[in-house]
Ligand binder design. Structure first.
Ligand SMILES: [Zn+2]
Length: 60
């Protein structure tokens, strides 16, 4: 099972309504609607892999 990044639903790879590769990773979608949204703005649905660097306050 894969998570549809648009709506968060779990999608079976074999029954996905759509598939899209983005930044070397495959994403699966429950409906053509979700796929369409992803194609238009994938960066909205994919969280960056690198964790946010937290700088402690007062440190330079
Ligand atoms: Zn969906």
């Amino acid at each position: 099972m894969q998570k549809d990044p648009v709506c968060g639903m779990l999608v079976d790879e074999n029954e996905a309504a759509g598939q899209r590769a983005y930044q070397g990773k495959a994403y699966y979608f429950c409906s053509p609607d979700c796929l369409d949204k992803f194609i238009k703005a994938p960066e909205r649905f994919v969280t960056p892999q690198a964790p946010l660097q937290q700088t402690p306050p007062g440190e330079h």
